[in-house]
Design a protein around this ligand. Sequence first.
Ligand SMILES: [Zn+2]
Length: 388
Amino acid sequence: MQFDVLIRQGEVIDPSQNLRGVRDIGILNGLIHTVEEKIEDAEATFTVDGRGLLVTPGLIDIHMHAYRGHAPLGLDPDSLCAAGGVTTMLDAGTAGSYNFEGFRRDVVERCETHLEALVNLCCVGLVAANLGELMDRRYADPDGAVKTIRDNPGVAVGVKIRAGKHIIGDGEDGRDNFMDAVRAARESETWLMVHIGESPMTIPEMLEHMEPGDCITHCFKGGSTRVLDPGGKVYDAVRDAAERGVIFDVAHGFGSFQWEVCEAALEQGLPPTTISTDLHVKNIHGPVYDMTTTMSKFLYLGMPLEEVIARSTSEPAAVLKQQDEIGTLKVGTVADIAVLEKREGRFVFTDSYRQDRVGNELLIASTTIRRGEIVPGGGGLRMRKLAD
Ligand SMILES: [Zn+2]
């Protein structure tokens, strides 16, 4: 059998199938063709020696910013894909109704990475995010967000609001903006991602309006708006919301991940649904760096490896309602695959509040495969030649 790419003898971890074990994976015509303990008589254009490496579904980052050159914080999705094992990304509302067409034409349609996006309630998105995109209520465009979602199926998949006082206003204005975002999500029959942080409403107040499939992002943020009450206990409303299917998403970011909050939540049985980065220009050179570093922080916190992988593959795929298509290594699905190295040593991990911790495992993307092709970039052990 002749394959395009063959990954030999990697330790496959695919939570979507409860699969963990050493396997060969044969890739043909962009799809996962064969997964077996050993594929006999196989040849391939490219062979990846997976011995000692982890082979997982392509990672899915459901909070990042990809509108480079338009919004000051935007990054290039393809270079992140190459370096980082992430084959599907969700741009978290960098564009709004007025500039979504440009975002689609100039970024989504030109990149190799599977990129989808949330539409910001603010009509111009995050062009001037530092000024607070909804401090002027006239910028709120729920009808435009609904229309944008209807006009861009499969690309515009939900609604985003950054619910901070300095972003959407305090008091009635803040509340009206929040409720506009809720309405846009309901009318478009999609979902709402709410950025928390110094918010005009408390998290329990916001959760009253959130449905299963909606998402609290930056869920382990410190400051005034936390998933913990003033006594450090997870709010009952938060626990109830998680149980009824509201998504709690990490979105580490520059100012949105605090060790103490995350530790308290994990201890009290509130793991994140999804691990994501909030990568943008201000955190890519630290403290976030990339998806695998963010995942490694959860290994440091004691989360089992399979769970870390699940919250970075099958769980975000389910949030995007594509669990049968991505975030899986099932035969017949698109060959989006991450080959990861788990290095042992002493590694400094920094949260968004500049607190360092030292962990002893670091995940590094070695090879990234997108639609059955090895993406240029990565490195490490992929350079090793296959030898018996
Ligand atoms: Zn963000």
